[in-house]
Design a protein around this ligand. Structure first.
Ligand code: 5AD
Ligand code: SF4
Length: 351
């Protein structure tokens, strides 16, 4: 056997081992991230098989409402950063949020994600009132994505009726984290995630792929954090440079690599809920479909009213503009083309 075919056999064995549910070491994860591209189809097929076996063929839906684009943080990658004076800021009123949540309910989507920048205008009390109203007036399952808050805040949100929380750790590299998120600490973020898990939230973490300075070793550490936290949801998306940020102009062609991270995440975490992120479909028209065939099982259509949606400018070129009903028709059609249907049920992680 040539050394080339020996290493090909070695990679096939590794993918087989992961498919069977055996733990992968950091070195093995790095090997999968770095292997030649002709092995990708085998990795994606293995992840697709595990997705089918663990969470089924149906795509879980979560409707997002981006209710405030104010943010007190200054992350170097994000268009909502407080130093971006060009963005036109908005806050939706409680009535506007309820109206958008009603649309989600009318389309039979069972869960809403209430997302914003880190905006302290929305005090603990205001958020709790909002949770109670959404609960009482729509009955939707509530996911929050509001950034880092105190343990007491998270406790209050849980008591008010929130069930899930998304807070991506963004990157496992302390150096990159400190550089990209001035004044923030990876430890504090991980502590928030730990607190959320402890309080019984279904908890989501995740990362960006293709950040400047990122290495396969760092991506492997991202994947190990997802596993170690026993996160229930994993948001994995490519970094897309925003022109009004210090990272403007940095090219990122990370479609293939992002799908690899999604696939490995599925293989090592088995039954988690993994969205095919909007950032992937922004990067490439087929991005979302490719991720759904590489381990992803969730789609999060955006129900923010159009007048606000275009101002929730985290990165440029976000797709899915149009009315909610139009978006749903398009999604159903795209997914039917790969033999997948939409699931209108809660989509809790099965333990
Ligand atoms: N490219 C891709 N994702 C981004 N996010 C923020 N800025 C960008 C960008 N330029 C993601 C982060 C954050 C979420 C709100 O959006 O992962 O958690
Ligand atoms: Fe604010 Fe989040 Fe954007 Fe950072 S990534 S600037 S915390 S919205």
């Amino acid at each position: 056997m040539t050394s080339l075919s020996k290493s090909a056999t070695n990679i096939e064995n590794l993918i087989g081992k992961a498919r069977e549910g055996n733990d992968l070491s950091r070195a093995e994860i790095i090997q999968l991230l770095q292997m030649p591209e002709d092995h990708s189809p085998a990795l994606f097929t293995a992840a697709d098989d595990v997705r089918k076996e663990q969470v089924g063929d149906e795509i879980f839906l979560r409707g997002i409402i981006e209710f405030s684009n104010y943010c007190e943080r200054n992350c170097l990658y994000c268009g909502l950063r407080c130093a971006n004076a060009k963005i036109s800021r908005y806050r939706m009123t409680a009535d506007e949020i309820i109206a958008a949540a009603q649309q989600i309910k009318n389309l039979r989507i069972p869960t809403v994600v209430l997302q914003s920048g880190e905006d302290s205008f929305f005090s603990t009390e205001i958020i709790c009132n909002l949770i109670e109203r959404v609960r009482a007036e729509t009955g939707l399952i509530i996911t929050l994505s509001l950034g880092e808050r105190s343990l007491a805040d998270y406790q209050a949100f849980a008591q008010a009726g929130a069930n899930r929380y998304l807070l991506k750790h963004e990157t496992a590299s302390r150096d990159i984290y400190n550089y990209l998120r001035p004044g923030c600490k990876l430890e504090s973020r991980l502590q928030c995630l730990f607190n959320l898990k402890k309080l019984g939230f279904e908890t989501g973490t995740g990362n960006m792929v293709g950040l400047p300075g990122q290495t396969p070793e760092i991506l492997a550490d991202d994947l190990l954090i997802m596993k170690k936290l026993d996160a229930d949801m994993l948001g994995i998306g490519p970094f897309i440079a925003h022109p009004e940020t210090p990272l403007a102009g940095i090219d990122n062609d990370a479609l293939e690599l992002t799908c690899r991270v999604v696939a490995i995440a599925r293989l090592i975490t088995r039954n988690t809920n993994i969205p095919a992120t909007t950032a992937l479909s922004t990067l490439h028209p087929q991005g979302r479909i490719q991720a759904l065939q590489a381990g992803a099982n969730v789609v999060m259509p955006d129900f923010t009213p159009d007048i606000y949606k275009i101002r929730y400018d985290i990165y440029p070129g976000r797709t899915d503009v149009g009315s909610a009903a139009e978006i749903m028709v398009k999604l159903e059609k795209d997914f039917a083309s790969i033999g997948r249907s939409l699931l209108y049920s809660a989509g809790y992680r099965k333990k």
